[in-house]
Design a protein around this ligand. Structure first.
Ligand code: CTP
Length: 415
């Protein structure tokens, strides 16, 4: 079921108490420009950053901030407030507000409205990077998402507090787009269906695992990649509603359910499969593609009978990631590469980002003593043109979920 388009939509905007509240004024202006009606509820914290008068002036409606206001209650009660909207938007959604939402608290007007609503809720988180990465916030967000709450952002970059990383509220323009998508998705159903997925309608091509480069019919050059991280990303992307083509080298893992899996052995086969899978909205190169292949593959098994050990002449394989990144036709809107490094992880990954022309590098250390290859856990850094973001150690499944969330946010900005 589709709700009102933005031009006829009634948006209830809850403004939380964060520095990003000033961007919510811009959001009101943009929504009004599109023809939407905006009614504003501000938390007490929000009043420290912007005045109710500015929000009221821009929205053309009075601003509510008091649960027990006699005048407001007489005019429109908090239940009615949440019902007389097509969509409830929380921007900025602070760590505290998200925690109260996740816990089902109703200790001020904003949370009371959120608990009373039967409408779709979209949150635009904004907070310090440490708070965003804190396990408590992760838990709260997971809980809210499984309750059907939609999330837009946050963005990564330099923050008002001087730190760098994810936590900046999505730009008003991106929030407007997310609002449009949420309106198209329609109201939540009792069965919890119709939660619009963040990658719905997107095609994502992913490479995973090692490649095997034949020496002769029985021997090959390979590497220790297990494919766990790439396969986990494929599974997460399927979960987020994407059409996923997974091009997998030889691995001992089951095919992710719901993905189209193309099994290959060599780098040349992987490249051909990727080419055939395009166009796509995103490409994620998680495979450990062999840099070289044997120039003259023997059609018969090389025998030990000669006097000296054979010499293998190697030729370079095509760089699939770089080729996809530098395409002029059908270049995916967002390209993610991986960098497995044993030293100077950040510096090397930064150089790789530029050299290969991708949009984001996920770098991890594969130095001795780390169990990245084949292990269940991973500790990564994300490097883009703006800087470096370090994630704490976590399971490969969680790394995958977060990469997919980041990808959805990037695609929402671009497409
Ligand atoms: N990659 C690729 N095709 C290749 C080599 C690498 O698509 N022929 C991709 C990998 O999937 C990964 C990224 O490039 O996303 C980085 O691979 P890595 O082997 O770490 O980097 P290299 O370019 O090989 O650089 P170096 O070996 O010097 O570290």
């Amino acid at each position: 079921m589709t709700m009102a388009p933005l031009a006829a939509a009634r948006i209830l905007l809850i403004i939380g108490g964060g520095i990003a509240a000033y961007k919510s004024l811009e959001l009101i202006r943009r929504l009004r420009d599109h023809g939407a009606a905006v009614r504003v509820v501000m938390t007490q914290g929000a009043r420290k950053f912007i005045t109710p008068l500015s929000a009221a002036t821009l929205s053309g409606d009075s601003v509510r901030d008091d649960l027990f206001s006699l005048t407001d209650e007489a005019l429109i009660g908090h239940i009615e407030l949440s019902r007389a909207a097509d969509l409830v938007v929380v921007a900025p959604a602070t760590a505290n507000l998200l925690a109260r939402m996740a816990g089902g608290l109703a200790d001020d007007l904003a949370t009371t409205v959120l608990l009373a609503t039967d409408k779709r809720v979209l949150v635009a988180p904004a907070m310090n990077v440490r708070m965003w990465l804190h396990p408590a916030t992760r838990r709260n967000l997971d809980r809210l998402e499984s309750d059907g709450v939609l999330v837009v952002g946050p963005d990564s970059g330099p923050m008002a507090c001087g730190e760098f990383g994810p936590g900046r509220m999505a730009e008003p323009q991106a929030i407007v787009k997310a609002i449009e998508r949420a309106l198209e998705a329609g109201p939540p159903t009792d069965s919890g269906e119709s939660v619009p997925k963040s990658l719905a309608g997107r095609h994502v091509v992913i490479t995973s695992g090692p490649t095997y480069e034949a020496i002769d019919p029985v021997r090959f050059l390979g590497n220790r990649s297990s494919g766990r991280q790439g396969h986990a990303i494929a599974q997460s992307a399927v979960g987020a509603g994407a059409k996923v083509t997974l091009v997998s080298g030889p691995v001992a893992l089951p095919d992710p359910e719901g993905a189209t899996v193309i099994h290959v052995e060599s780098a040349l086969q992987m490249r051909a499969a990727v080419e055939a899978a395009l166009p796509a909205d995103a490409f994620i190169g998680a495979a450990a593609v062999a840099d070289w292949r044997v120039a003259d593959v023997s059609s018969d098994k090389v025998k030990k009978d000669s006097r000296s050990a054979p010499t293998l002449r190697l030729v370079e394989n095509p760089d699939i990631l770089a080729e996809v990144s530098r395409r002029t036709a059908f270049r995916p809107a967002f390209v993610i590469g991986f960098a497995a490094e044993t030293q100077d992880v950040t510096a090397n990954a930064k150089a790789k980002l530029t050299r290969k022309g991708c949009d984001l590098i996920v770098a991890n250390s594969v130095a001795q003593g780390t169990s990245t290859f084949g292990g269940e856990r991973n500790e990564v850094q994300l490097i883009d043109r703006d800087g470096v973001e370090s994630w704490p150690p976590m399971s490969k499944a969680e790394v995958a979920d977060r990469i997919v969330r980041r990808l959805a946010a990037e695609l929402a900005k671009r497409l």
